[in-house]
Design a protein around this ligand. Structure first.
Ligand SMILES: C[S@@+](CC[C@H](N)C(=O)[O-])C[C@H]1O[C@@H](n2cnc3c(N)ncnc32)[C@H](O)[C@@H]1O
Length: 402
C-alpha cells in the first residue's frame, strides 16, 4: 500500500463517519462537517483501531487513574459535532476550550476559526497538554492554537475577550470565569449535572446571566480541580449505585437500609414509553427540577429478591432510608412505567414519582424555558430552581399542562 492509498483510506473512513453523523444529526453545521472531513482523528487517538476511531459514536479512552476511572478521552465525534455546531464558531473567532485532551477538538476549532482566529485550549494534566501540543503542531495548527496547562475553572484571559467557551469535561457547577471571559452574546457550551443527571447546555451570555438556547442529555468525563465536586454512592453490597449531587445528604448505610425493605410498593402509572423516546429527558427534568431528593441510578445489581426493572438512566428519589425509582416493564409496544418504592416513606415517594410520570404522559414534548444565573439577588417566584454553589438553574414550567 502506498502513502497515497493510506491517505485515501483515511479520507474514505472520515467521510463515512461524517455522512453517518449527518444522517442521524441533520442539524450539524456544514462548516463543522467540513472540518471533521479535514482533520485526521486517528492522529489524536493512535491507540484505537482505524475502524473504531471512525465509527462516529465512540469516545476513545486515553487515560485512567489507578482505580480505573476515566481521566481523559478523545470525545465521541457526534458529540463534538453537536457542541461545535452550537458554539457558533466563525472564521476569526477567539475560542476557549476547557479540556484539551489530546487536541482533536482543538484541531477542529482551528479549522473553523481559520488563520485569523485563535483557539486557547486548556488541560489540567501536563502530560496531555504536551501530547496535544505535539499533535496540533504536527498537523500545522501551532500558529492558531495555544495549549495551556491550568485548571480551566480559573480565569485565564481578560474579561469579555472570547466569542465562545466550550467545556469538554463535566461538572456540577459553572465557573464564573467562563461568563466573565465571554463577550456579550457569546456562547458557553458545557455539560452540567443536575441532581445526579447529566445535561448538555448551550448558554448565551445576556446582561443578567445566561439564556439557555439548547438543553439535551449527554455525559462527559468528570472535571478535576476546583469544580470537581460530584459524588457517587456505590458499593458492591448495594442492589443499586447512584450518582448524587454534592449537596444530597444520603449515605450508603441509609440506601442499604431502604433496599432491605422486602415489600416494595409498585404503583402502575398507565404511561408507556418507547425506550429511545427523546422526550424522556423531559420526564427526567420534571422530576429533577421539582424534587431536591432526585438522584440517578447508575447501576442495578441482582438483589436477594427480584426487583422490578429500572428505567434506563433512571432518576430516583432518595430521602433518608426511603428510596423510589421509575420502573419500566418492557412490553411489545414500549415500556410500561411504574413507581417502585422502598422504606418507611415508600407510599409518599411512590405517589410523588407517579404524579410526575402522569403529568409527563399528558404532554411528553413539553420542555421548560431555562436560564442560568449567578447566585445572589432575589429568587424569581413561580420557577423551579436548582441551586448550586456559584450558579442557579431556573426552569419555567408555567406553560406546561400539569
Ligand atoms: C473528554 S476529555 C477532552 C476531550 C478533547 N477535548 C477532545 O478533543 O476530544 C476531558 C479532558 O478534560 C481535562 N480536565 C479535567 N478537569 C479539568 C480542569 N479542571 N481544567 C482543565 N482540563 C480539565 C481532562 O484532563 C481531560 O483531558
Amino acid at each position: 500500500m502506498t502513502a497515497t492509498d493510506t491517505l485515501d483510506a483515511d479520507r474514505a473512513l472520515r467521510d463515512g463517519m461524517v455522512d453517518r453523523i449527518l444522517d442521524t444529526n441533520p442539524d450539524i453545521d456544514a462548516s463543522v462537517a467540513e472540518a471533521m472531513r479535514a482533520v485526521p482523528r486517528h492522529r489524536f487517538a493512535p491507540e484505537a483501531p482505524l475502524e473504531e476511531c471512525y465509527d462516529g459514536t465512540r469516545a476513545v479512552v486515553t487515560k485512567r487513574d489507578d482505580d480505573g476511572r476515566m481521566l481523559s478521552s478523545v470525545s465521541a465525534p457526534w458529540l463534538v459535532a453537536h457542541m461545535l455546531t452550537h458554539a457558533g464558531v466563525e472564521p476569526g473567532s477567539t475560542v476557549l476550550e476547557i479540556g484539551a485532551g489530546q487536541g482533536y477538538q482543538a484541531a477542529l476549532l482551528c479549522e473553523l476559526v481559520g488563520p485569523n482566529g485563535h483557539v486557547i485550549t486548556v488541560d489540567i494534566d501536563g502530560d496531555l497538554c504536551r501530547t496535544a501540543q505535539r499533535n496540533l503542531s504536527a498537523l500545522g495548527y501551532a500558529n492558531t492554537a495555544t495549549v495551556v496547562e491550568a485548571d480551566g475553572a480559573e480565569q485565564l484571559l481578560d474579561d469579555g475577550t472570547v466569542d465562545a467557551v466550550i467545556v469538554a469535561t463535566g461538572a456540577w457547577d459553572l465557573s464564573p470565569a467562563w461568563e466573565d471571559q465571554l463577550k456579550p452574546g457569546g456562547r458557553l457550551v458545557t455539560p452540567l449535572t443536575l441532581r445526579g443527571m447529566w445535561r448538555g447546555m448551550t448558554l448565551e451570555k445576556a446582561d443578567d446571566g445566561f439564556a439557555c438556547a439548547d438543553w439535551r442529555q449527554y455525559g462527559f468525563i468528570r472535571m478535576r480541580g476546583l469544580l470537581g465536586q460530584e459524588r457517587d454512592v456505590a458499593d458492591e453490597s448495594l442492589p443499586v449505585d447512584v450518582a448524587v449531587d454534592p449537596d444530597h445528604p444520603g449515605t450508603a448505610d441509609e440506601l442499604r437500609a431502604a433496599m432491605e425493605d422486602r415489600d416494595p410498593v409498585v404503583v402502575a402509572t398507565g404511561v408507556r414509553d418507547g425506550r429511545s423516546d427523546p422526550a424522556i429527558v423531559n420526564l427526567w427534568d420534571r422530576i429533577g427540577f421539582h424534587e431536591p431528593e432526585t438522584v440517578r441510578v447508575t447501576r442495578f445489581r441482582r438483589s436477594a429478591f427480584p426487583l422490578p426493572p429500572v428505567h434506563l438512566m433512571a432518576p430516583a428519589l432518595w430521602e433518608g432510608s426511603s428510596f423510589a425509582y421509575v420502573g419500566a416493564e418492557m412490553l411489545d409496544d414500549g415500556a410500561a412505567l411504574s413507581a417502585v418504592a422502598f422504606g418507611p416513606e415508600k407510599d409518599a415517594l411512590a405517589e410523588r414519582l407517579r404524579r410526575h410520570v402522569e403529568n409527563w404522559g399528558r404532554d411528553k414534548g413539553f420542555a421548560p424555558r431555562i436560564a442560568v444565573r449567578r447566585n445572589g439577588g432575589p429568587l424569581p417566584s413561580g420557577l423551579a430552581v436548582v441551586q448550586k454553589t456559584r450558579y442557579r438553574v431556573e426552569s419555567d414550567w408555567s406553560a406546561a399542562g400539569r
